[in-house]
Design a protein around this ligand. Structure first.
Ligand code: CP
Ligand code: NVA
Length: 311
């Protein structure tokens, strides 16, 4: 039984489906104004964030408010985890006051170390290796447009990064086809790819990686991209730009996908770099649906972890 959500791979197929179903119910309730404040009254979620955030932070904070609880945001300036105090001691202290930790970290090991020393659930709110909350929101968004995800072909074009890793893992767990197009030196880590391929075998999905963007996008039902330089890699941005230019999601590339293909991006976006403004602001774009769905999936995640003690 799951105690923490550090990686998409922590979720079984059934747990992933249950979470998405729960998120859809919470979303519907929220839209019709159902009072949800009895879910987590008096409970606190600590947000330990080493990097900036708009969507993840606000979705967790608003979600806790809607559930009658509270979120406590702790930036690197506040607690200097690993400097002023060890990661283990931060985990042990927080476990005495709050009911759950969501951590956004540079090194994935930091979130696993938090989980090792915490006696409460820990959620990965983004690390260098994964962005598992984002992938849940993305799959909820896709499911709202394509009822049978087994039939859905998702093309991810760009950097084989944290967002890409979690998308591959969740896509594989849900039996989808995920085709990734990356420059040869920026492919997903072989361990992540192997894990995704293993899951795809188990759940009859398909995972493939190519260096040709047109191959990934051909016939795709959704085309996804993310920034070329992630948080912490800003100093590499100038070096990466020419390498990634052929991977820009623009109208020409999108014309290879299905005519109704969804355009996806986790945001924040750099218009004119990984995606052109006409495409991200065009009629096929669902980027703000993805952003809204961060709220609903993160609420589903915390309520299931905290209400039942387990997923
Ligand atoms: N997509 C996403 O995680 O956004 P933030 O970095 O603003 O949280
Ligand atoms: N890959 C990006 C995602 C931001 C939500 C990063 O890690 O900065």
């Amino acid at each position: 039984m799951l105690k923490h959500y550090l990686s998409v791979a922590d979720l079984s197929h059934d747990e992933a489906i249950a979470l998405l179903e729960r998120a859809a119910i919470l979303k519907e309730e929220w839209h019709i104004g159902v009072d949800q404040t009895s879910h987590l009254r008096g409970q606190t979620l600590a947000l330990v964030f080493e990097k900036p955030s708009l969507r993840t932070r606000v979705a967790f904070e608003a979600g806790m408010t809607q559930f009658g609880g509270h979120a406590n945001y702790l930036s690197a300036n506040d607690i200097d985890m690993g400097g002023r105090e060890s990661v283990a001691d931060v985990a042990r202290n927080l476990s005495r006051w709050v009911q759950c930790i969501a951590a956004r970290v540079f090194r994935h090991q930091t979130v696993t170390e938090l989980a090792r020393h915490a006696t409460i659930p820990v959620i990965n709110a983004l690390s260098d290796i994964e962005h598992p909350c984002q992938a849940l929101a993305d799959m909820l968004t896709l499911h709202e447009h394509y009822s049978d995800l087994h039939e859905c072909r998702l093309a991810y074009v760009g950097d084989g990064n944290n967002v890409c890793n979690s998308l591959m893992l969740l896509g594989a767990t849900l039996g989808m086809t995920v085709i990734v197009a990356c420059p040869p030196d920026y492919r997903p880590h072989p361990d992540m790819l192997a894990q995704a391929e293993h899951l795809a075998n188990e759940y009859e999905g398909t995972i493939a990686v190519t260096s040709v963007p047109e191959e990934a996008v051909e016939g795709a039902d959704a085309v996804y991209t993310d920034v070329w330089a992630s948080m912490g890699q800003e100093h590499e941005a100038a070096r990466r730009r020419p390498v990634f230019e052929p991977y820009q999601v623009n109208a020409h590339l999108l014309s290879r996908a299905n005519p109704e293909a969804l355009v996806m991006h986790c945001l924040p976006a750099h218009r004119g770099e990984e995606i052109t403004a006409d495409v991200i602001d065009g009629p096929q774009s669902v980027v703000f649906e993805q952003a809204e769905n961060r709220l609903h999936v993160q609420k589903a995640l915390i309520v299931q972890l905290l209400e039942a003690g387990h997923l």
